[in-house]
Design a protein around this ligand. Structure first.
Ligand SMILES: Nc1nc2c(ncn2[C@@H]2O[C@H](COP(=O)(O)OP(=O)(O)OP(=O)(O)O)[C@@H](O)[C@H]2O)c(=O)[nH]1
Ligand SMILES: [Mg+2]
Length: 308
């Protein structure tokens, strides 16, 4: 009897690798990662410097696995926290098999920064012209000409990440550039971080949405208890701020702000884990945590190697 020919992909016909997403703050990197994997994994807000740590999101099909790495966008480091963010982005740049450099075509500094961006030798780089909805077609074409003149890019793709436009083309271009390799992670996984990390991020996202000026940037979230065996799931978390005055703002008059942050965060976490949640939030001061490497470490941030 003839042996059936296997239709499964073998290790040699599989492509897998790391695709890092880089670019200035607020250009849409996290929105793109979410669109590329089809899940809302990375937090997104209208404020710059939303993302603080590298975040992995995995896309797998029968023949490919792309491990997308979302990175913090940063201009000039002012705090030890910023150095940590910069080191995270730098590591993602040098670890990548494919780079996607994201530009907000409606924001001139981002276009200028793309001109100065140095791809890593031997690593194919794709230029992603995001927020294409913010400019007219002829302006988009002019930006593309300006940035691709030097031919440093493997390819340029225009996208509107918020609407999913151009995402399919971008994903296809990326997965074709991945090296031959067996999958790096189980093919049914989409994330590597534990669910409590995502719960903390959703609370931080809500802080960024509800608080203004410096306060949300002085905020860090730590999950204290995450009891999935309880019904509803019991979660207690600390929101750290740097000063007593910020604590007053996060709590709000008669506790109104913390109640509001708590309710909005709880709804997001319930959606994430698809279960009812009881969320207990407390606000604490951790003086100058953004400047103190020891405190950053305590809050789960990686330190740049020279500070370790
Ligand atoms: N108009 C428009 N807005 C977009 C698009 N993509 C993202 N945005 C918005 O841009 C803002 C920033 O998006 P993020 O995905 O958080 O940007 P980021 O590059 O991850 O920012 P950092 O984490 O701060 O570096 C959010 O308000 C998004 O909704 C787009 O294609 N068009
Ligand atoms: Mg981001």
């Amino acid at each position: 009897m003839a042996m059936p020919i296997s239709t499964h992909a073998t290790a040699d016909s599989f492509k897998a690798g790391i695709c890092s997403i880089l670019g200035l703050p607020n250009v849409g990197k996290s929105t793109l990662l979410n669109a590329l994997i089809g899940e809302r994994l990375s937090i997104v807000t209208p404020k710059p410097q939303t993302t603080r740590q590298r975040l992995l999101g995995i896309y797998s099909d029968e023949r490919h696995q792309a491990v997308f790495v979302d990175t913090p966008g940063l201009l000039e480091p002012r705090y030890a926290l910023h150095e940590s963010m910069q080191a995270e982005a730098e590591r993602a740049r040098t670890d990548a098999d494919v780079l996607v450099y994201v530009v907000d075509v409606g924001w001139t500094p981002s276009v200028e920064h793309a001109e100065a961006f140095l791809p890593v030798r031997g690593v194919p780089s794709i230029l992603c012209l995001n927020k294409a909805d913010r400019v007219a077609d002829d302006a988009l074409a002019a930006i593309e000409d300006r940035l691709t003149g030097g031919k440093r890019w493997h390819l340029a793709v225009a996208t509107v990440a918020t609407r999913g436009q151009g995402i399919e083309a971008l994903r296809r271009a990326i997965i074709e550039l991945l090296p031959e390799s067996p999958p790096l992670y189980p093919v049914d996984e989409i994330a590597t971080a534990p669910v409590r990390f995502f719960a903390a991020e959703l609370i931080r996202e809500t802080c960024l949405e509800e608080l203004s000026e410096e306060v949300p940037y002085a905020t860090a979230v730590e999950i204290d208890t995450f009891r999935e065996s309880a019904d509803p799931v019991f979660i207690s978390a600390f929101i750290y701020v740097e000063r007593e005055s910020q604590k007053g703002i996060v709590i709000g008059r008669g506790g109104s702000m913390i109640k509001n942050i708590g309710r909005k965060s709880r709804l997001k976490i319930e959606k994430l884990i698809d279960r009812p949640v009881f969320l207990d939030l407390r606000v604490k001061v951790m003086a100058n945590w953004r400047r103190r490497p020891g405190r950053l470490k305590l809050l789960g941030y990686n330190l740049p190697s020279r500070r370790r």
